[in-house]
Design a protein around this ligand. Structure first.
Ligand SMILES: [Zn+2]
Length: 401
């Protein structure tokens, strides 16, 4: 019997996908042993914690996109997997880093907020460098038309406005943020732009007239004074970093939103600010110099099984930050006491334990193979083995939690 590489890979994948679900269910402090309140898709403990703030929005988005065309279904699958298996990495400077493997889709509430916060920090530095910032809101008239078409029109009109003589006379450069809301009464889309520009006093009447000339039907173009630069930066950042109310949209509205926004720039810079890019492409999850240590669920599973060094490592990692705590599948600490400082030596110890557990796990996987080196266990065998390991927590487990 020859070695079938595909079978080995499949069996290993299956084992990997069973392990986190079984172990993390028991890890989660609010798990009451019943599946009645569980979502329709499986979530790891890390996902439960990391997406906890946006459960309703996330559920609405995934459900709507799963029932959409293939392109949206594929994105929904990535959203489902967002942050499912965070990993620890060893950085070049000897510290331990956390890799969440987030989906980075604009429809994922957690990823959207994270990206917005990053962009708003960059926008702040652009706005702080401005001489006399002012803010504008530009809107096109409500109409019954597909959202993508309305968004295209708004972008086209804004481009034409920036080329106009009037605009160039008063505005040197600036940043624009695209936002879409929906009218709760008539369910019409409301695409609009929030802009902070650097320049001279721009008479409101002139801007409204020019905007009407370009759009032919819209006069909503408001200029508001900016009390200080910090607040102007916050004005734009707030729109970027707030999650959309997807739980208040219908499934078809979510699908239309997802399609219309996909691949579209929501932050634009122009004129003197053009060179700055506040919303660059996301960087790789880890740099080439980082050494991948272990998927965190394997470390917590080892701790659950009674591996003393793994328990110490998990406890140290939990006190690193609330995000680490969530990534490990635990509720963040709410202690009055400040968290203990995790020293460089502690981090060296954690890295050693991670490698130790990883190698022990690899040895356990290898034991699934038959004598002739071929993976003969079926997928069910692997699942049974995983269940057998974790369905009965060891006696010490309660005290550990
Ligand atoms: Zn995500």
């Amino acid at each position: 019997m020859g070695t079938n590489v595909n079978d080995q890979v499949e069996a290993a994948d299956c084992l990997a996908s069973v392990l986190p679900l079984e172990t993390n269910k028991q890890n989660a402090p609010d798990f009451n042993g019943s599946d009645d309140d569980a979502p329709r898709w499986a979530q790891t403990a890390a996902q439960r914690r990391l997406h906890a703030h946006w459960n309703d929005e996330r559920s609405a988005v995934i459900d709507a996109m799963l029932n959409g065309p293939l392109a949206l279904t594929k994105r929904a699958v990535r959203l489902e997997g967002c942050c499912s298996h965070p990993s620890a990495v060893l950085k070049k400077n000897g510290t331990i880093g956390l890799v969440l493997y987030a989906c980075r889709d604009r429809m994922c509430p957690r990823c959207q907020v994270a990206r917005g916060q990053r962009a708003s920090r960059r926008i702040e530095s652009i706005v702080l460098a401005m001489n006399a910032p002012r803010k504008i809101e530009l809107t096109v008239k409500h109409r019954v038309a597909p959202l993508a078409e309305q968004a295209d029109r708004l972008y086209r009109c804004f481009k034409e406005l920036r080329r106009s003589k009037v605009w160039r006379r008063y505005c040197k450069g600036g940043v624009a943020v695209f936002e879409i809301t929906i009218n709760p009464k008539d369910r019409l889309w409301h695409p609009h732009l929030h802009i902070v520009f650097d320049g001279e006093f721009f008479p409101q009447k002139l801007l409204a007239e020019e905007w009407h000339r370009i759009t032919t039907d819209s006069t909503y173009a408001y200029i508001k004074p900016v009390p200080d630069r910090k607040r102007a930066a916050k004005y734009l950042g707030d729109y970027l970093a707030k999650p959309c109310s997807f739980d208040e949209m219908s499934a078809s509205e979510i699908r239309e939103f997802a399609t219309a926004l996909h691949g579209r720039r929501v932050v634009m810079t122009f004129g003197t600010s053009h060179a700055a890019n506040p919303d660059p492409k996301p960087e790789p999850y880890m740099s080439a110099e980082d050494e991948s240590l272990i998927s965190l669920h394997r470390l917590t599973a080892a701790a659950e099984r009674g591996h003393e060094r793994a328990r110490t490592a998990v406890d140290l990692l939990r006190s690193m930050s609330p995000v680490w705590c969530s990534a490990l599948g635990f509720l963040p600490f709410r202690s009055e006491q400040p968290a203990p400082i995790v020293t460089l030596d502690d981090q060296k110890f954690i890295a050693e334990v991670c490698v130790e557990v990883r190698e022990a796990d690899a040895a356990a996987h290898a034991s699934l193979r038959s004598d002739d080196g071929c993976c003969i266990r079926t997928v069910d065998d692997a699942a049974q083995l995983a269940l057998a390991d974790f369905s009965q927590p060891p006696p010490q487990s309660q005290a550990y939690r």
